[in-house]
Design a protein around this ligand. Structure first.
Ligand SMILES: [Zn+2]
Length: 424
């Protein structure tokens, strides 16, 4: 390796206007959400008067491969080394992954001789279910604080970013997996080719990769622009994922459509040469449906920006009318998506008095950018607000159930996406 290459590898690259997958120059805006702070950088009280970095949330679509993507404005090391999102705080998510563990154990006939590797294993919310079945596991997680929690639960966890290099090191140590899985990680890597190459290297010849990610088609159909944040570099369809995997010698042979995160895909991949797993009818059917929805035409993507502006206008109309009428509005939750929404819409304590969150890590802090205070959920019972705006709308049913008592004083739930709506 020449000295120039060494320097290039160590110096963070400036935001290059090239597609993350195919390198084509990016010329088409998908949506421009302006400037926003990092959505997980909750502000402690003593830092409220400090400067706060804001970065562009400008999403492009590649006219060559149709990958919808955010440039790498912030390095993943800055985002993920101390991450506030503990997966285990959402009951329905933990349950969802328990069902996944049961299903995939049966489908792949996993046992004591198998190895399950999860990339971005977080606090061990998924791998714990395999451990209970006696199936050997390895977690790979870059955020040291959440990895520590996993280790305390007895889940072997490597604190590292995943890519080809990590996969080659593991393979050199004799580690290869029957199942490599990852939920909500592919969208979060700035170099998808390196990441998927790593999956290919780590996978046994007859092994299976499953990857879950939010489905771009649903994001577009349901105006879920708040799922765009600096941590998410790629916004994937089945068609774009298929291209990225194929470029690294992996074939998508099956897919499930899941209700999580507003509509996700779980793709199943295998080595291109592994003919024991034919491509399923539902994979072919989804590919057709995405083509019918126009996902291989640039015009389809061009209209999304206007749709987002209209969603913003409707939310502001509701909030202005409520506050002008003397009603109180508070938030529920402090998720990343809430921060994109509130910053883009310019909603601060002028509209929302406070929000609440079950995570002790967030309580007592303030939302980035908008500086809306975060309290424990009990605060809602004391404040008796007229409206509770549910920011993690993907957990709407669970939250409405937990907080049903707001009806005692006539309180109502509101969701902001796909457009603002008061729940009956
Ligand atoms: Zn491209």
């Amino acid at each position: 390796m020449s000295l120039a290459n060494v320097i290039a590898a160590e110096t963070p690259a400036p935001a290059a206007r090239g597609c993350l997958f195919c390198g084509t120059a990016l010329r088409h805006t998908f949506v421009d959400l302006g400037m926003s702070p990092l959505c997980e950088s909750y502000v402690p009280e003593e830092k409220l008067n400090h400067m706060e970095p804001f970065y562009p949330l400008h999403v492009y679509v590649c006219d060559e491969c149709f990958l919808v993507q955010l440039q790498e404005y912030v390095s993943p090391a800055e985002i993920f080394t101390e991450y506030a999102y503990f997966s285990s705080y959402a009951d329905s998510w933990v349950e969802h992954m328990r069902r996944y563990a049961d299903m995939i154990t049966g489908r792949l006939d996993l046992g004591r001789e198998s190895l399950v590797v999860e990339v971005a294993s977080n606090d061990g919310y998924l791998l714990q279910h395999f451990v209970k079945k006696g199936i050997p596991v390895l977690g790979i997680e870059p955020a040291a604080n959440v990895a520590r929690v996993a280790a305390e639960k007895g889940i072997p966890t490597l604190v590292r970013f995943f890519g080809e290099e990590t996969a080659r090191q593991l393979r050199a140590e004799g580690v290869q997996a029957d199942l490599v899985c990852g939920a909500n990680v592919l969208a979060q890597v700035p170099h998808p080719n390196d990441f998927v190459r790593g999956l290919q290297v780590l996978l046994k010849p007859r092994g299976v990769v499953t990857i879950d990610f939010p489905h771009l088609m649903r994001l577009m159909q349901e105006s879920q622009f708040d799922t765009i944040y600096h941590e998410h570099f790629s916004y994937l369809s089945f068609l774009s994922a298929e291209k990225i995997f194929a470029a690294q010698g992996l074939t998508l042979f099956d897919v499930e459509e899941l209700p999580t995160h507003g509509g996700s895909l779980r793709i199943y991949a295998r080595h291109a040469g592994d003919t024991t797993k034919p491509v399923s009818e539902r994979a072919r059917e989804l590919r057709r449906r995405e083509m019918d929805a126009g996902l291989l035409r640039i015009e389809t993507y061009a209209s999304f920006g206007e749709q987002v502006k209209e969603t913003k206008r409707k939310l502001l109309e509701f909030l202005i009318e409520a506050r002008r009428g003397g009603k109180t509005v508070v938030g529920y939750g402090a998720p990343g998506k809430g921060n994109t929404l509130l910053n883009y819409c310019g909603v601060r304590t002028d509209f929302i008095d406070f929000t609440v969150d079950r995570s002790a890590y967030k309580q007592g802090k303030f939302l980035p950018g908008t500086h809306i205070p975060i309290h424990p959920p009990e605060r809602i019972r004391e404040a008796r607000p007229d409206y509770v705006l549910i920011l993690p709308w993907n957990f709407k049913d669970e939250i409405v159930q937990q907080m049903a008592y707001i009806r005692e004083w006539g309180g109502k739930f509101v969701v902001p996406i796909p457009e603002v709506r008061v729940l009956d």
